[in-house]
Ligand binder design. Structure first.
Ligand SMILES: *Cc1c(COP(=O)(O)O)cnc(C)c1O
Length: 408
């Protein structure tokens, strides 16, 4: 007997609907908002049922393996990315750890963009280097470098697009073709665009990786991560590894992200509109040497980005303050940052609150000056994660520093 008022969803629903509706069926209570199941274990009616459930990883037995709230998040995320399955992890980095543990062994080789998130570079080069996995770091945008790096042992291509802080864009479909021709998988870090703007699986990526800490939660509350892909990868490869290794997402954090996904599409459209308005305004400022944002026609991969990202640029942009020397550039950037009264001075992104960051002394602070120059992260570079405050208040806050740069 079931009192659950649940009716299965019809096929063919659009992403905005799936973001609100895709989840496990409600419990016998018929809750309209998905339940938060804070439980580590699950009572079984008898020993026979218990034995049967332990032999089937789809059943609920212990929350390191699976939990209904986490399962709802996985169902919703897979629906949005257009993949057969998804698996949630405790952080974005643990999603990449799970990817590497599931797909690589000693002697294998990875090709990775050198512009990806800093900890991603450390995870492949340092942590997996210790276990005999070699990684070649190549240009974000030059496909010939990816091709030239391929070896007989290449198992994985890893890309992130657009990148932070310079918003460089790579061609996901072209990379998928190169990876597959080499007998490798393509994994794409889709943290910045989210499935609201870009679905890498539809362009040929085998695994889509997320730091759900960023725009999926979207309000700066919890850490979370995920991998999305085929049942053959998610259920048969990553599932058993996660069960053993335990980088499980907490049900509470899963629930927060699950509710965050309901407004993802609206937020990403608003973030993108606001960021474009700020980017255009910055381009008119004489104190600004250059603005990096994919929706600007001045962006080197503008057309590719607009094609790949549903015509939207996302929330992250960077700009260079004009200055003669690196020291003067750093002083000018610090002045602009310190003159804000509304924006948060922090090193994070993916929040309704706008965040202003100086990459050269924070996210890229441990690089040498030469490495920073090679990465294009100068002392005058400022990164913004454009939030949902009124756009005029964001520009006014930047103007406080920009308009007083030469009167200091
Ligand atoms: C933040 C971030 C990560 C790491 O995610 P955590 O949730 O902080 O572990 C990975 N990739 C990108 C692009 C990120 O911005």
């Amino acid at each position: 007997m079931s009192d659950s008022p649940h009716r299965p969803l019809p096929a063919g629903l659009r992403p905005e609907t799936l973001a609100v509706r895709a989840a496990l069926p409600p419990s016998q209570h018929g809750e309209n908002s998905e339940g938060l199941f804070l439980t580590t274990a699950y009572i079984q009616p008898d020993a026979e049922t218990s034995a049967q459930k332990f032999s089937n990883s789809e059943d609920f037995t212990y929350s390191r393996t699976s939990n209904p709230t986490v399962r709802s998040l996985e169902a919703r995320l897979a629906a949005l990315e257009g993949t057969e399955a998804a698996i949630a992890t405790s952080t974005g980095m643990s999603a990449i750890l799970l990817l590497a543990m599931g797909t690589l062994k000693a002697g294998d080789h990875v090709v990775c963009s050198r512009s990806v998130f800093g900890s991603t570079i450390n995870l492949f080069a340092k942590e997996f280097g210790k276990f005999g996995v070699e990684t070649s770091f190549v240009s974000q945008t030059d496909l010939a470098e990816w091709q030239a790096a391929v070896r007989p042992t290449t198992r994985l291509f890893f890309a992130e697009t657009p990148t932070n802080p310079l918003t460089e864009v790579c061609d996901i479909r072209a990379l998928a073709d190169l990876a597959h021709a080499a007998g490798a998988l393509l994994a794409v870090d889709n943290t910045y665009s989210t499935p609201a703007l870009q679905c890498p699986a539809a362009l040929g990526a085998d695994v889509v990786m997320h730091s759900a800490t960023k725009y999926m939660d979207g309000q700066g509350r919890v850490m979370a991560g995920a991998l999305c892909g085929s049942n053959a990868l998610i259920r048969d490869v990553f599932g058993p590894t996660l069960r053993t290794v335990g980088m499980t997402l907490s049900p509470f954090n899963a629930w927060v992200v699950l509710k965050g996904l309901e407004t993802l599409s609206l937020r990403m459209k608003a973030h993108s509109q606001q960021a474009l308005a700020v980017a255009r305004w910055l381009e008119t400022r004489p104190e600004v040497a250059r603005v990096y944002y994919p929706s600007l026609p001045s962006h080197p991969q503008h057309e590719l980005a607009m094609r790949q990202q549903s015509g939207q640029g996302g929330a992250v942009l960077s700009f260079d303050v004009r200055a003669e020397t690196p020291d003067a550039a750093r002083a000018a950037a610090f002045h602009v940052i310190n003159s804000t009264r509304v924006l948060s001075i922090a090193t994070n992104l993916g929040d309704t609150k706008s965040i202003i960051t100086h990459p050269a002394t924070t996210s890229h602070g441990r690089l040498t000056e030469a490495q920073r120059q090679a990465a294009g992260v100068g002392q005058g570079l400022i990164r913004l994660s454009v939030g949902l405050e009124h756009v005029d208040d964001i520009c006014d806050d930047l103007d406080r520093g920009l308009s007083t740069l030469h009167t200091r």
